[in-house]
Design a binder for this molecule. Structure first.
Ligand code: NAP
Length: 304
């Protein structure tokens, strides 16, 4: 399994498995299938309400495949609470309690990476980050980071004299490349983790009720025979999804493809046997359209 160094003593596998929109009751079987297909990095969150199912799938995989806890990299995320949506913002204390609850649901003693899911509340962000620092000290999170943070939010942590996060999980794909933020992350040794890599596919969150903010025009774009990722997929003898995932890995971003279909789960994992050439990487660089679409409610980095 190819990895990127997250901290001096922790490697993060480039290939992760995403679990957003997988119901708790389905998660055990899907996660077990992903681990059987070779994924060694699982991404969940308090907010996905599926940590129990994900944990059950991990436990079943340990037993059926003889894996040890150290064979798997597990990420979960603090739901910080958003006062703008009528939720109480978590404090340092309730942040510490939240990971204890996540660990109980997951059936684990520690996670490899714990993230603040989004920077909702200005006053609460620093308190929550202090909670994550404490959880790292207690050994309940081997590494701590953030998600959906902008340069401004990261500078805020630095200005408070707090440790810098080791990762920022953000929407990253050819249509949302965020060059200034990625440059900042690389300059500050913060690993960018890519989510929603498959947005350019016409099938991305196309099931009813999945809250996709994609427009019909965007969907139609993926359907033409000469759509750029179709052309590249034919050239390399892979699927369009594999091209999108490979692009991210060549940029140095761990990826988190989600699927509930066994065949897609298996093929999405086959991303190390080919290289996108320089010409195609340069063509993809010109496809950037700015902000992402994954949060149907809007860009959380602009929530405060
Ligand atoms: N930190 C955050 O705020 C945040 C936000 C969004 C996502 N994430 C994380 O990142 C993960 C991935 O992002 P995501 O779930 O938004 O989207 P994604 O993994 O980019 O795409 C998933 C969508 O693409 C479809 N799909 C998957 N493989 C396919 C293939 N080979 N061919 C055609 N369609 C395919 C899936 O449908 P089927 O399931 O029907 O196959 C689903 O609709 C999440 O699950 C979550 O763990 C984090």
């Amino acid at each position: 399994m190819k990895t990127r160094t997250l901290t001096p003593d922790l490697e993060i596998p480039y290939l992760g498995f995403g679990t957003y929109l997988i119901a708790d009751g389905d998660a055990a079987a899907v996660v077990r299938a992903a681990i059987a297909a070779g994924y060694r990095h699982i991404d969940t969150a308090e907010g996905y309400q599926n940590e129990s199912g994900v944990g059950a799938g991990i436990k079943q995989a340990f037993e059926s495949q003889g894996l040890a806890r150290s064979d798997l990299f597990v990420t979960t995320k603090l739901w910080p609470g958003n006062p703008a949506w009528g939720q109480a913002a978590k404090t340092t204390e309730s942040t510490v309690a939240s990971l204890d609850q996540s660990l109980a649901r997951l059936g684990l003693d520690y996670v490899d990476l714990y993230l603040i899911h989004a920077p909702f509340d200005r006053d609460a962000r620093l308190a929550q980050w202090r909670g994550l620092v404490e959880l790292k000290r207690q050994g309940k999170a081997r590494a701590i980071g953030v998600s959906n943070f902008s340069i401004h939010h990261l500078e805020e942590l630095k200005a408070a004299g707090l440790p810098v996060p080791v990762a920022n999980q953000i929407e990253l794909h050819p249509w949302s490349q965020k060059p200034a933020l990625v440059r900042y992350l690389n300059d500050n040794r913060i690993t960018p983790i890519a989510y929603s890599s498959l947005v350019p596919l016409s099938t991305w969150r196309d099931a009813a009720g999945q809250g996709s903010a994609k427009t019909d025009a965007m969907r139609a774009e993926g359907e033409h025979e000469d759509a750029p990722f179709k052309v590249m997929a034919r050239k390399y003898g892979v699927s369009e999804a594999q091209v999108l995932l490979r692009w991210a890995i060549q940029k140095g971003y761990p990826v988190l493809p989600k699927s509930t279909h066994p065949e897609r789960i298996r093929r999405n994992a086959e991303v190390f046997g080919f290289d996108i050439d320089d010409e195609d990487m340069a063509a993809i660089e010109k496809m950037d359209r700015g902000d992402g679409v994954a949060w149907a409610t809007g860009d959380p980095t602009k929530a405060s």
